[in-house]
Write a protein that binds this ligand. Structure first.
Ligand code: NAD
Length: 492
């Protein structure tokens, strides 16, 4: 079994607990790596080291252009090592190699884009209403950024945080999910190879409460950027608020995928399958509520079942496989319990509905792709995030009804709209309360396009030009160009 160390201050260090825990391969159900069990002492060491690298040494002396060059070099190294990093992720999270290799081949773009953006951040000269003063603004980095990531797309979601944070001149402590820590420890070797000064990027591994929370609580932490469940996000935001720390939160979803009768049906069927069964439904943007206009409901369901039944399950490393295992055993149990919830609530099971026992699934944690019809939007299966291959189909009458159902949920991460009517596409995109609306497509993301949640789906935006400002603070500088100092007891 591979035994990893943590990476702090440019050195590979053992956890101060002296203990390691096992990381499991979800396809075999067997452990394959040993991950250091970090704790508060390691968190303290990492944040202090990152803070020292932020205030002293080469990093704060570098120009934004030099930081950009390092980021682009890192992008090149990720591109050269994409296959190795993707395979490491598949061993840990069981998602398809096709999906993870696609992600890792795309990840360099984040380092290129934000590397390019690093030296294009500009303040402004303010044409003041007061004579005799020169006033300008400048952007400055925040300090130590703690990046806490989930298990579903580990290195892609790391890039969404790390690239803008470093471009802005911060230093970073990464805390990967305890289920998928290996890829962050492989990736950080490339950070070192790219030539980032020691202490600029650090990785602390371990459990959320033991290693994650001390990073959040640390007085020298300036910002926490988090992707994960809304329950953990709430805890992090509450804790950060006590220290007036900034937070960026990308949380869960219960996204509606809405099909109107005028849609191109074959495309929409494809989009519905991709919305819920791609990545075994383990994506925050899963289109887990399929809203079908009543007039096409029955016909659409038949076509959907026909396509969904062709899904090949099995070894995620095989490029033939379309639906892989669930990443963690607790997640596997949670999905199965939600299937029971749906059955008890009176939803009609049309496909799947239990563990997958196909021979090609071996001893892995597989759940059959599952479809329920007759779901009412008030049911738990329509309101709570399952994070698995479980689709709830909800009928609607007209546009008004679709908007009402789509928005009647506490989340607001993504939404799909399938229609050939341009006016309707625009009306729907205006009225849906979600950070992303896809029209006649689903589950598309780019380093250039802002991503984030409305309502309980999060705070702040990742990707796109605005993301770099999430890691900067603005300063206003006043210079007296010749005004006599007047009465000291009144405001100037
Ligand atoms: P999680 O919240 O359990 O864990 C996420 C991370 O937080 C892990 O690194 C974990 O160790 C850490 N953590 C847990 N408790 C903590 C604590 N008390 N203090 C500090 N850190 C703590 O989520 P998960 O199960 O890993 O991921 C699945 C969830 O992530 C889903 O709900 C999904 O919707 C969400 N997600 C959201 C997005 C998005 O961009 N909005 C993307 C992917 C996943």
């Amino acid at each position: 079994m591979q035994k990893y160390q943590m990476y702090i201050g440019g050195e590979w260090v053992a956890p101060s607990s002296g203990t390691w825990f096992e990381s499991f391969n979800p396809f075999t159900g067997e452990p394959w790596a040993l991950i250091p069990r970090g704790n508060a002492a390691d968190a303290d060491h990492a944040v202090r080291t990152a803070h020292a690298a932020f205030t002293d040494g080469p990093w704060p002396q570098m120009t934004a252009t030099q930081r950009g060059a390092l980021l682009r070099k890192l992008g090149d190294l990720v591109a050269q090592n994409a296959q190795h990093l993707a395979e490491t992720e598949v061993r840990d999270n069981g998602k398809l190699l096709a999906e993870m290799a696609g992600q890792l081949n795309y990840v360099p773009q984040w380092y290129y884009y934000f590397g390019g953006l690093a030296d294009k951040v500009q303040g402004a000269v303010i044409p003041l209403d007061k004579k005799g003063y020169f006033n300008f603004t400048r952007y400055e980095p925040l300090g130590v950024v703690v990046a806490i990531t989930p298990w579903n797309s580990p290195l892609m979601l790391t890039a969404w945080k790390l690239a803008p944070a470093l471009a802005a001149g911060n230093t970073v402590v990464i805390k990967p999910s305890e289920f998928t820590s290996a890829s962050a420890l492989e990736f950080v070797k490339l950070v070192e190879q790219a030539g980032f000064p020691a202490g600029v990027v650090n990785v602390v591994t371990g459990y959320g409460k033991e290693a994650g929370m001390p990073l959040v609580e640390h007085p020298l932490t300036a910002k926490i950027t988090f992707t994960g469940s809304d329950a953990t996000g709430r805890l992090i935001a509450e804790t950060a608020a006590r220290g007036f720390k900034k937070v960026g939160l990308e949380l869960g979803g219960k996204s509606p995928n809405i099909v109107f009768e005028d849609a191109v049906i074959e495309d929409a069927v494809n989009g519905a399958v991709s919305g819920i069964f791609a990545a075994t439904g383990q994506t925050c943007i899963a289109g887990s509520r399929l809203l079908l206009q009543e007039s096409i409901h029955d016909d659409f369901v038949e076509k959907l079942l026909t396509l969904a039944k062709t899904a090949k399950m099995g070894n995620p490393m095989s490029l033939e496989t379309q639906v892989g295992p669930v990443t963690t055993q607790p997640q596997y149990q949670k999905i199965l319990s939600y299937i029971d919830v749906a059955k008890n609530e009176g939803a009609t099971l049309r496909m799947g509905g239990g563990p997958a026992t196909r021979p090609e699934c071996g001893k892995g944690w597989f759940v059959e792709p599952t479809i329920f019809t007759g779901v009412d939007n008030n049911m738990r299966i329509a309101q709570e995030e399952v994070f698995g291959p479980v689709l709830s189909i909800i009928p609607f009458k007209d546009e008004e009804d679709a908007v009402r159902i789509a928005n009647d949920v506490r989340f607001g991460l993504g939404a799909g709209v399938w229609t050939r009517d341009v006016g309707r596409a625009i009306r729907m995109s205006e009225r849906i309360k979600a950070g992303t609306v896809w029209v006649n497509t689903y589950r598309a993301v780019s380093f250039m396009s802002p991503f984030g949640g409305y309502k309980d789906s999060g705070v702040g935006r990742e990707n796109g030009q605005s993301a770099i400002y999430e890691y900067l603070q603005m300063k206003s500088v006043w210079i007296n160009t010749g005004v006599k100092t007047g009465n000291p007891f009144v405001m100037r």
